[in-house]
Design a protein around this ligand. Structure first.
Ligand SMILES: [Zn+2]
Length: 260
């Protein structure tokens, strides 16, 4: 059984006390945690200068019947999901797909949450970073973190959860997409929506010497500096325009990037 002190000393071993971090977490490999997700979050907030996490809300999405071509989407396939879509509101829960911690962070008394209808972020002690987000540049907070020498922290997760790679993909010129979300009674167009992340683990061998890693039994925490991550992604894509794409033959977004 893990407690707050053990988690805190694991996070402190990363030596990121003065750094701004974007974190992605799966708590399951930790097993039972005394104090639950709140204890993990508190340990993170005392071990890093500031913490942001994606609090994405996919249930706001609508798939229209028609739209621009080469957009990595099957128009008209919304069906029941369109009927069940809910308009974004600032108190909307983070998608459970991202685990419990983003929702725990969003509910923290000092947290700020941005208002992008699909790709919002929450954070503590990171107001200036979060406010760089616009509807047109949804991943701007990640760029702002990099400018402040921020780090990405992956807790029990590999790079397929590393949203920051998307920021670097766009910077390297990779195609972005358009998606649509409900806001009030309107449908809002969301530009610069990133591609698929299922092929991102291919970056691991290129970034391993820049990665700090702490193991706790079966569980692990790894941290990578964003500026280094960005240059590795940039180099990989410049060398191979299809780098970091997934191998699924039915992946709409990766196939669109490949030009199929
Ligand atoms: Zn894919």
């Amino acid at each position: 059984m893990l407690n707050y002190e053990e988690l805190k000393s694991a996070f402190e071993e990363l030596n990121l006390q003065d750094e701004l971090v974007i974190a992605h977490t799966s708590l399951k490999p930790f097993g039972y945690i005394q104090g639950g997700a709140e204890a993990v979050l508190e340990a993170m907030l005392t071990s890093f200068h500031s913490v942001i996490m994606p609090t994405f809300t996919y249930k706001t999405q609508i798939i229209p019947d028609v739209g621009p071509p080469n957009n990595g989407i099957i128009y008209g396939s919304g069906g029941d999901k369109n009927k069940m879509a809910e308009p974004f509101h600032p108190d909307m829960r983070a998608d459970p797909m991202m685990g419990i911690l983003p929702e725990t962070l969003r509910n923290h008394s000092s947290a700020i949450r941005t208002s992008h209808p699909i790709l919002s972020f929450a954070g503590v002690n990171a107001g200036a970073t979060l406010y760089t987000q616009t509807l047109y540049e949804p991943l701007a907070p990640i760029g702002a973190l990099a400018q402040q020498d921020g780090w990405v922290v992956l807790i029990n997760l590999d790079h397929t959860s590393n949203t920051s790679i998307h920021y670097a993909e766009k910077f390297a010129g990779r195609k972005q997409f358009i998606r649509w979300a409900l806001v009030g009674d309107r449908v809002v167009e969301c530009q610069n929506f990133p591609g698929d992340s299922m092929g991102f683990q291919a970056i691991e061998e290129h970034i391993k010497f820049d990665t700090r890693r702490v193991e706790i039994g079966e569980a692990f925490i790894q941290a990578v500096p964003l500026t280094r991550l960005f240059s590795v992604v940039y180099e990989m894509i410049k060398k191979d325009p299809f780098a970091l794409l997934c191998q699924r033959t039915d992946c709409e977004r990766c196939n669109t990037v490949r030009g199929y």
